[in-house]
Write a protein that binds this ligand. Structure first.
Ligand SMILES: CC(C)(COP(=O)(O)OP(=O)(O)OC[C@H]1O[C@@H](n2cnc3c(N)ncnc32)[C@H](O)[C@@H]1OP(=O)(O)O)[C@@H](O)C(=O)NCCC(=O)NCCS
Length: 199
């Protein structure tokens, strides 16, 4: 057992911050680490993410990330749990988080997310993004704009953002390079004022 694993607590799990018919989000708990590393250790997931998302994704990577999320003030990264058939315990399905911008863009926060492959196509990301965006604007009064950057070939994520009410603000041509492949980055935004029009 590593030093990180030794810190695993017992007792109640953190309470959900948002609940939808298909999933809920709550702060991470060290007990999520095995499920998180198992789902995150997937080339099909990582190819759409930044290089700082480790690959392979080990149990220690998972423990280190979860520890960092719990030390953050405020906590801005959350675990997504699938709740098929209204199962209130749920099953770890992925992650979603916010990164505040800096300087004059401090009121623009980046939204990031991933869902494990076995949960794809169940509407989980769409519901989670919609509910999490609402929670973010309600929780952080200073937040003015949520932003997401998507690689041009990530049709699933583009669809998620569009269904969640984000607007495509532009394309940063050739802005990203992963494994030697240059990609366009599509920039999506959702402003606080636009939240009212969403269901
Ligand atoms: C992108 C991702 C979050 C989608 O999660 P999901 O829970 O499967 O998404 P949903 O089930 O809510 O699907 C939303 C829509 O996208 C569509 N979609 C999903 N995957 C798709 C794909 N590969 N190609 C085309 N459309 C796709 C769905 O059909 C659905 O549209 P519809 O309701 O009109 O049928 C998930 O595939 C993922 O985590 N991928 C790897 C990491 C990643 O890309 N993160 C986002 C980085 S910007």
């Amino acid at each position: 057992m590593t030093s990180l694993q030794a810190e695993t607590p017992s007792g109640a799990l953190p309470a959900p911050i948002v609940t939808t018919p298909r999933c809920y989000l709550r702060p991470y708990d060290p007990r999520d680490a095995p499920a998180a590393s198992s789902l995150a250790n997937d080339a099909e997931v990582v190819r759409f993410l930044r290089d700082r998302f480790p690959h392979p994704y080990t149990l220690d990577d998972s423990h280190a990330f979860i520890k960092s999320t719990l030390e953050a003030k405020p906590v801005l990264d959350f675990a997504v749990f699938a709740t098929p058939n209204g199962d209130c315990a749920g099953e770890f399905a992925g992650g979603m988080g916010l990164t505040p911008g800096r300087d004059v863009q401090s009121r623009t926060w980046e939204l990031g997310y991933w869902i494990g492959q076995k949960f794809w196509g169940q509407g989980i990301a769409t519901m989670a993004v919609k509910a999490f965006a609402r929670w973010a604007f309600q929780t952080f009064p200073e937040l003015h704009r949520l932003e997401a950057e998507v690689y041009h070939m990530n049709a699933g994520s583009i669809r998620v953002l569009e269904k969640a009410g984000f607007t495509k603000d532009g394309v940063r041509r050739g802005a990203a390079c992963k494994k030697g492949v240059v990609m366009d980055v599509h920039v999506y935004g959702l402003l606080r004022d636009e939240l009212g029009g969403l269901e």
